[in-house]
Design a protein around this ligand. Structure first.
Ligand SMILES: C[S@@+](CC[C@H](N)C(=O)[O-])C[C@H]1O[C@@H](n2cnc3c(N)ncnc32)[C@H](O)[C@@H]1O
Length: 366
């Protein structure tokens, strides 16, 4: 009777799952076998006879007991082997990736060179998979022969997930502390007409600027003061901006919205919800590439949330300083909950609420 190591079956299964979307590294048979051999050499073997009637139960038990160890070993092995495969191909793969990114820039003027490679590769892999392309070169051919694929690719690369009042606690703080302070400042100003200007950078479909507009409308109504509001909502993605301009959202987009806000600030039209005109008019949408285009100057607040995560460190530092330049003295800067001030920016912004990533511009006198 033949005995076999069922640990190998489990390793292969996990490996196939882990490699399914890894077009960024070589998954050829040589590398696959190297990874399997490396991992098996580091795990205890589990031999059973092939006619064992309880093979399924034994495998399940083994998975339960060893899965975290197997996954850890596999991640390490993939990392090691892909850095130094036993053949020349890895160089070609990097070259092909560079060529692909160059072609995207030539064809569509979209420069992703400052984006984090890891994020880009993961997103491109999604499109490669749905177009059955196994290498970057194959995917490049898809783009050349079916240019409509570009729209799909940009959809995944710009990642425009958003929602109204995303991170409720942060929005509560804006409503109770930050926006009232802005209103109070304007009330003290002798300048007429009084205006609050806010830049929502990377605004996606408008959920973020409309959330601000709703809050400001309510606060100004309560205070009974006359202050104009201008929220300049910018994004690189034309389709997003068109949706924002229309101000119409489907059921899914408003499903987590406070029912009071939904009743008061949206008009149901068929299956959709249209933002009311007196809030809509606060928001002006504009196409703007944060990397290449000039910023919106003289704003009281910049809100740029969940955009930095896609950019490399030096671009993040550059953008934070760009926002600093855009703000008026004491202007507020709001980042996403997983984003951080970097480099020089730590000296020119003061913490207002570190947890909620809210900062205030300071001017350092040298
Ligand atoms: C995840 S969404 C964030 C939306 C919103 N700020 C929020 O937090 O819910 C990221 C947005 O950044 C935009 N974006 C990505 N790169 C950009 C660039 N270079 N210039 C302007 N906008 C960009 C995307 O199009 C997308 O709409």
């Amino acid at each position: 009777m033949q005995a076999r190591n069922i640990m190998e079956d489990i390793v292969i299964k996990y490996l196939d799952e882990m490699l399914a979307l890894r077009f960024d590294l070589c998954t050829c048979e040589i590398c696959r076998q190297d990874i399997i051999a490396y991992v098996l050499s580091r795990l205890p073997a589990k031999y059973i006879t092939t006619d064992s009637g309880t093979i399924h139960a034994i495998m399940q038990q083994l998975r339960l007991e060893q899965s975290s160890l197997i996954l850890k070993e596999l991640a390490g092995a993939i990392n090691i082997i892909s850095k130094q495969p036993h053949h020349e191909e890895s160089h070609d793969r990097n070259q092909a990736y560079k060529l692909l990114m160059e072609q995207i820039k030539v064809d569509r003027g979209a420069d992703f060179s400052h984006y984090r490679d890891k994020v880009l590769k993961r997103r491109i892999a999604l499109r490669m998979r749905s177009r059955n392309a196994n290498t970057y070169s194959e995917y490049l051919q898809v783009l050349i022969h079916s240019p409509e694929e570009y729209e799909k690719l940009f959809e995944v690369l710009t990642i425009n997930v958003s929602s109204f009042f995303r991170d409720a606690v942060v929005w509560d703080h804006l409503k109770t502390q930050i926006l009232p302070e802005l209103i109070a400042r304007k009330k003290q100003q002798g300048v007429w007409p009084r205006k609050i200007r806010i830049w929502s950078a990377g605004c996606s479909h408008g959920e973020e600027p409309y959330s601000l507009a709703i809050m400001l409308y309510e606060l100004l109504e309560k205070e009974k003061v006359e202050i104009n509001v201008e929220i300049i909502a910018t994004d690189i993605d034309k389709a997003c901006l068109a949706k924002g301009k229309a101000g119409r959202y489907d059921q899914m987009s408003v499903k987590d919205l406070n029912p009071y806000y939904l009743r008061r600030f949206f008009i149901p039209i068929n299956d959709e919800f249209q933002i009311v005109p007196h809030v809509k008019e606060f928001v002006h949408f504009k196409e703007l590439n944060l990397i290449h285009d000039p910023g919106i100057m003289g704003v009281d607040m910049v809100i740029c949330r969940n955009v930095f995560i896609y950019f490399n460190r030096s671009l993040q530092e550059y953008l934070i300083m760009k926002f600093h330049g855009a703000l008026v003295r004491d202007g507020f800067f709001v980042m996403g909950s997983s984003e951080n001030l970097l480099g020089e920016a730590r000296q020119v912004f003061e913490n207002v609420n570190r947890l909620f990533r809210i900062y205030k511009k300071i001017i350092v006198e040298y």
